[in-house]
Design a binder for this molecule. Structure first.
Ligand code: SF4
Length: 272
C-alpha cells in the first residue's frame, strides 16, 4: 500500500439516508428491521434454492429461525456483487446484515443512480435495511488522473471503506465488511489489508470472507433477478478506459477495470 492513514481519502463522516425496504436510516443505526435467514426467496428463479449452492439455515418444523446475535454493516458496491454475500451471510445466521451504499466514485450520475437502484431493489427483496450516502463526485475522481493506478484505486477503496468503518463504529455495529470481496477484478488483497487496518484500534471488527469463488454464481443470480449489471468499474477514468478498450485501444489507466477487461469473460458478466 502507498499510505497507512486510516482516514486518507475518507473525509468526514457521511450522512446516511434511507435506501428503501421500509427501513429508514435510523434502522441502520439500530440494526432494526433485519429479516432472519430465509428472506432471500424473493429473488431468483421459481423453485430454485434461495441461496444458490448454499444450504439455507436449518430449522425444525415449528421452530423459529435463529435470530442473529451480532450486527454487520455491509458496504454495498452494487446489486450484482451484493446478492451472493447477502444471502450467504443470512444463511450463516450469525449477523444481522444492514447495507450501506456509498460509492461516490461511480460516474456519471445516471450510472450511479442505476447501481444504487439495483442495490435498493435487492435489499428490498431480501427484507434488509439499506442506507444511502453521498452521490456521484466526478471531480474528486478526475483529480486522481495524475495518480498511478495503484495509488488511485487505493484512495478509492479507502474513501469508501473508511466511511463505512466509521459509520459502523458510530452506530454500534459489531463488524463491517464489503461486497467488493466477491469480485476477482478488484484488488482483493489490498481491500482486505485496508479493512484490517481500519479495524485496528477500533471496536468494530472486520468480517473477512473470500467470496471470489462465487462471483459467477452471484452474477447469474443477479441476471435471473433482473438486477442491473454494469460493464466498467465505476470512476470516469475506468469508463474512459472501457470505451477505449471497446474501440480496440491497448492504452488505458482504469485500474481495477483494466484488470477486469483483461481477465473477465463476456462483457455482460462484468461487475465491480
Ligand atoms: S478503477 Fe475502480 S477501484 Fe480504481 S479508482 Fe476507478 S472506480 Fe475506484
Amino acid at each position: 500500500m502507498t499510505g497507512r492513514s486510516a482516514g486518507r481519502g475518507g473525509g468526514a463522516g457521511v450522512a446516511l439516508r434511507d435506501g428503501g425496504a421500509g427501513a429508514a436510516g435510523a434502522a441502520v443505526a439500530a440494526g432494526a428491521g433485519v429479516a432472519s435467514a430465509g428472506a432471500g426467496a424473493g429473488l431468483g428463479q421459481a423453485g430454485q434454492a434461495p441461496y444458490g449452492r448454499m444450504p439455507a439455515a436449518q430449522t425444525l418444523p415449528g421452530q423459529a429461525p435463529p435470530r442473529p446475535s451480532r450486527k454487520l454493516l455491509l458496504h454495498v458496491c452494487c446489486g450484482p456483487c451484493a446478492i451472493y454475500p447477502v444471502r450467504a451471510l443470512a444463511a450463516e445466521g450469525e449477523y444481522a446484515v444492514s447495507g450501506l451504499f456509498y460509492n461516490p466514485n461511480i460516474h456519471p450520475a445516471d450510472e450511479h443512480a442505476r447501481r444504487m437502484e439495483g442495490a435498493k431493489a435487492l435489499f428490498a427483496a431480501e427484507g434488509l435495511p439499506l442506507a444511502i450516502a453521498g452521490g456521484c463526485e466526478q471531480g474528486a475522481w478526475e483529480a486522481r488522473a495524475r495518480m498511478s493506478e495503484d495509488e488511485r484505486c487505493e484512495t478509492c477503496y479507502r474513501a469508501r471503506l473508511s466511511a463505512v468503518a466509521r459509520a459502523a463504529a458510530e452506530r454500534g455495529f459489531d463488524a463491517f465488511s464489503t461486497t467488493l470481496l466477491i469480485s476477482p477484478y478488484q484488488r482483493h488483497g489490498l481491500i482486505r489489508a485496508i479493512c484490517e487496518e481500519l479495524s485496528e484500534g477500533s471496536r468494530v471488527a472486520f468480517l473477512y470472507r473470500d467470496f471470489r469463488p462465487f462471483f459467477r454464481e452471484g452474477q447469474r443470480l443477479a441476471r435471473d433477478a433482473g438486477i442491473y449489471r454494469q460493464k466498467y468499474c465505476g470512476c470516469i477514468l475506468s469508463l474512459r478506459d472501457r470505451a477505449a478498450q471497446s474501440a480496440g485501444s491497448t492504452g488505458g489507466t482504469g485500474g481495477a477495470t483494466k484488470g477486469k477487461t483483461r481477465d473477465s469473460g463476456p462483457a455482460e458478466e462484468m461487475a465491480t
